[in-house]
Design a binder for this molecule. Sequence first.
Ligand code: PLP
Length: 395
Amino acid sequence: MKIASRLANVSESATLAIGAKAKAMKAQGIDVVNFTVGEPDFDTPPAIKQACKASLDKGQTKYTAATGIPELKTAVCGWMKRLYGVDYTAKETIITCGGKHALANAFLALVEPGDRVLIPAPYWVSYPEQAKLAGGVPVELQTRLEDGFRINLDQLRKALKTGIRIFVLNTPNNPGGFAYTTEETKAIADVLTDFPDTIVFADEIYELLVFGGKKFTSLAAIAPQLKDRTIVFSGAAKTFSMTGWRIGWALGPANVIEAMGTVQSQMTSNPTTMAQYATVDALNNVPTEVEQMRQEFEVRGKLMADALNAIPGVKCLNAEGAFYCFPDVSAHFGRTIEGKQITGSIALATLLLEKAHVAVVPGEPFGNDKHVRLSFACSRDAIAKGVDRIKKLLA
Ligand code: PLP
C-alpha cells in the first residue's frame, strides 16, 4: 500500500522507539537500567484519582464539548492568573488530549505550506515532525552546552530576519535540562518584539519542575507585548504525574484557539471526560505530592549530573529543570569498544544498551548528535547503577 507523501520525511518518535527496545530486553529477563523514560515514575496523587472516581460515580461518562468542559477552562485560566498574574478567558483556552495534541492542533491551524518554523536545538523530537506534517519547514537554531544551551541573541535575530512564521520556545527544556531565568526569557522576548509577523509557541509543560530555588514564570507574563501572538502550551502530564490521562491545554488569541478547536472537533472530539474532571481538581487543589516530586527530581538531577561529570570525556550541565540530563559524549566518538565503533550518538546508545544494558536516547533526533539524553525519572539507585555501568564501559 502506498503511504501518503506527507509522511515521507516524518520519523517515528525516537524516544518511544528506544524505550520499546529496552522494554523488550527487560521482558527477556535482562536487567536493563532504563533512562529513556519521559514521564515521572510516581503514581498520580490519590486525591486526583479520587476526583476521577467521583466523576465516574456521577455518571460523567459522555461526550463533552469538543474543546473541553467549561470548568476545566476556568481552572486553567485560574491557574494562569494565580501563578503568573495573566488573564485569559475561556475563548482563549482549549483543552486537548495531551500537550502533544495541543501543539499538533496549533501547527495544523497556523502553518501554510513552506512556512518556516524556527526551533532552538536541542529540541523535543516532535516539534520538527509536527511542523513537517503541517507542511512547514523546520529551521534549527543551534546552541552550545558551554552556554548552558542558551540561545545566542544575535543568531536569533539573524534567523528571524530570514522570515519565520513560528518560533518555538521550550523552557524548562526537554532534552536540555535547562531552564531560562525570567531575565533570560525577557531578553529573548525583546528580540521577538521586533518581528511582528512571527508567532511564538511557548511550551511550558515542565512549568513546575525548576530547581535551585528558581521560580518559573510564563512567557505570557514576561512579555505582555507578545501576548496577541503567543500560544502557551502546558498540561497535566508532568506537573501532576498524569501522563496516561492525556490532558493538555493551550492558551492564546481567540481566533487561533477557535481554529485549533475546529481541527480538534474533526480529529478527536473531546479529551476523556473523567480525566478532565480530575484535572479540574488537580489545578484547583494542588496536591502536596507535586512539590515532593519536584524536590525528589532536584536531588536526582544533581546525583545524575555529578555522576556523569565524573566520567572522563563526558560533560553535563547541572540540571536546572524538567527531568533530563543531556551530556556531551562526543569525546568518545571514533573509539572502538567491544568490537563496535562509536560513530555518533546512535552508535553509542546502541552500544550502551547492548553491552552495558543501559538505555539512553541518542541526541541526533533532538538536533545535537554530540549528546545523549538520560531521564532521571527513576530511582536514585537506578541512577547510581546505570551511570556506573556507563562509566565502566567507557573507561
Ligand atoms: N512538550 C514537551 C517538551 C514534552 O517533553 C512533552 C512530553 O514528553 C510534551 C510537550 C507532551 O506531553 P503530553 O502530550 O504527554 O502532555
